[in-house]
Design a protein around this ligand. Structure first.
Ligand code: DGT
Ligand code: CA
Ligand code: CA
Ligand code: ZN
Length: 584
């Protein structure tokens, strides 16, 4: 079992104990363990296998939980969970999938009303019965109704791109270990860098499909074989994801890669274009349509993707924009954007340290940033409103800035510094308006991110007004994660994003593309709209640990899907170049 799967079991146990009204300390212990496991880089299996270490060395893991982890690693099951699942009605699990409905609320609802399904809860909201339950009311009822729509969306069976990527990388490495495999590439939504991925599509070049099938079957992560044909095999992999693998000849590899990368909409548009030119495109290649009696056209392309696009008079189109929008028209005019790349990124302007809710110290973050080749970073711990993270007040913030001054001096002590550390802060836009630190402090910052973490259920006008006010503050450089959505977990708050973009353009404030795989906020559509309005974007990791810096590539993918070039993203500039673009 993976760390994520074990963390999910512990979270589930916590929910069920809480549902039963069990001991709060016990609930908290399971939740803490789940969080601790979720943030672990190494696998629990490897910690356990290491004779010099013990599972109980991990944060929040005592002897009892260590034993449960061992049971899960050995058997994939947990008797305690099975027992709890028998005791708690199945409808309770279903309702707990609705964002904002914790075990206690679910219990009140099930006890007060006869609800046997998610649909039943939806009806109860529509009939106004939920509003009548003690502790609920009309506002809560409306919020539940919104969130039910969110929970029911089929999108939620899809995995995050970053999780899919880990599986794809692991499987590709495994397949390359097979001598009969000449080449292996990923296709489908994974290659297009979608926020979430339904199933995984891989292509293998080989003349021995049987050996490829055997290799896939014997991958340690394969839990079931779903379909086995001559050239296509589908298996079930980690997190129950389906993996479709196709074996292709070298002659047709480009055509197959193009076809199975999709999107369907892109392929439909490309095929129409081919037909207009008397050509046919499919996964085997591009052929000239003929009227001769053999019915077999002359093959004119297929070995590479460049050949396939070239056959219909187009340059190669980057996968991230193959979504059936205007990419073919742009390619036709030779006006495809030169999309931003990870190598373009010079700085990272949003990250946390142990001063608030980060896991690593200021010095650790700086070292890690230098190791990643960054030329500048901004340390942006939380302002004082974020009490849960021990947010910084004026005194602690000024103290941290003093440390940063000294760090910059020592980095510059023996020649040009590898990196400059900016004195930053992530201020909170308060529920009642305003920011959680005064302007005379913010004036002294090099970089100010303003984010909205509280009062997310306020009405649209309030949320929008809070953000517009922050945009108009001369000390605010960028709005962090502007819509607040968490993919598959929590919808965006209700905000007039057009007003935000328009105000950002007018005030010269940047908008963030938060690179955290759960956030990717702004999304591709909004980032593209911001660009059209003349707003510049910042791609930031919002790292809460040194390895959190590695999600930059997820943010870059989102920016590419939005059609952004390096010029549209300010942290591709040198520090001097960035400063010229800042509004103050
Ligand atoms: P997903 O798996 O839902 O995240 O999205 P995709 O895009 O990976 O979709 P998938 O796995 O069904 O198919 C992979 C690609 O193969 C798809 O993007 C285009 C191509 N493809 C698959 N089936 C068809 C089809 O029936 N017609 C066309 N035109 N293309 C197809
Ligand atoms: Ca797919
Ligand atoms: Ca597929
Ligand atoms: Zn942050």
């Amino acid at each position: 079992m993976t760390n994520d799967a074990i963390a999910a079991v512990f979270d589930h146990v916590a929910d069920l104990i809480e549902y039963q009204g069990g001991n709060v300390f016990r609930v908290r212990a399971y939740r803490n363990a789940a969080r601790s496991i979720g943030s672990l880089v190494e696998s629990l299996a490897s910690v356990r296998a290491d004779a010099s270490r013990s599972l109980t060395d991990l944060d929040g893991i005592g002897a009892d939980l260590a034993g449960k982890i061992e049971t899960l690693l050995d058997t994939g099951r947990l008797p305690l969970l099975e027992e709890l699942e028998r005791e708690v009605p199945a409808v309770a699990f279903e309702l707990m999938r609705v964002p904002g409905l914790g075990p206690k609320k679910v219990k009140s609802l099930i006890e007060a009303l006869t609800i046997d399904s998610l649909d039943g809860l939806e009806r109860a909201c529509r009939d106004g019965r939920v509003a009548g339950v003690k502790g609920f009311g009309a506002k809560t009822q409306a919020a539940i109704l919104d969130n039910i729509a969110f929970a029911k969306s089929p999108e939620h069976d899809r995995m995050l791109w970053a999780d899919a990527d880990a599986i794809v990388q692991g499987l590709m490495a495994w397949m390359r270990g097979c001598p009969e495999v000449r080449r292996v590439e990923g296709a489908g939504s994974w290659r297009r860098g979608r926020e979430t991925v339904g199933d995984l599509d891989l292509l293998v070049e080989s003349t021995d499909p049987k050996a490829v099938r055997e290799r896939l079957r014997s991958w340690p992560e394969t839990s079931a074989v779903l379909l086995e044909g001559d050239t296509k095999t589908s298996v079930r992999g980690p997190h129950d994801v389906q993996i479709d693998m196709r074996v292709v000849d070298a002659d047709a590899f480009g055509a197959a890669w193009q076809y199975f990368t999709g999107s369907k909409e892109h392929n439909v548009a490309l095929r129409a274009r081919a037909r207009d030119r008397g050509l046919s495109i499919n996964e085997y290649g591009v052929t000239r349509l003929t009227t001769d009696t053999t019915g077999k056209g002359e093959s004119i392309a297929g070995r590479t993707e460049e050949e396939v696009y070239g056959a219909v008079g187009l340059p190669w189109i980057p996968p991230e924009i193959r979504e059936g929008g205007d990419e073919i028209a742009l390619a036709e005019r030779d006006a495809l954007p030169d999309l931003v790349t990870l190598a373009d990124m010079r700085g990272d302007l949003h990250m946390h340290t142990t001063a608030t809710d980060g896991e690593d110290t200021l010095a650790d973050m700086v070292r890690a940033a230098v190791a990643r080749g960054l030329r500048y970073i901004a340390i942006t711990d939380h302002g004082q409103r974020v009490t849960m993270a021990r947010g910084l007040d004026r005194k602690r913030l000024l103290h941290q800035w003093g440390e940063i001054d000294r760090l910059n001096e020592s980095l510059a002590a023996s020649g040009p510094p590898p990196l400059v550390v900016l004195k930053g802060i992530e201020v909170d836009m308060l529920e009642k308006g305003g920011l959680d630190l005064p302007d005379d402090v913010l004036e002294q910052a090099d970089w100010v991110v303003a984010s909205l973490h509280y009062g997310q259920s306020q009405p649209r006008e309030r949320i929008t007004a809070r953000i517009v006010e922050a945009l108009e503050n001369p000390n605010v450089d960028v709005i962090g994660h502007p819509t607040g959505r968490l993919i598959n977990r929590r919808p965006a708050y209700d905000v007039d994003i057009e007003a935000v973009i328009e105000t950002a353009a007018r005030t010269g404030t940047f908008l963030e593309i938060n690179a955290n795989p759960w956030r990717l906020d702004l999304d591709d559509r909004h980032a593209a709209a911001a660009k059209r309005a003349g707003v510049r974007l910042v791609i930031s990791t919002d790292a809460h640990s040194t390895h959190g810096l590695d999600v930059m590539r997820c943010g870059v993918l989102q920016a590419r899907r939005a059609g952004l070039t390096a010029a549209d993203v300010v942290n591709t500039r040198t520090l001097a170049g960035l400063k010229k673009l800042m509004k103050r």
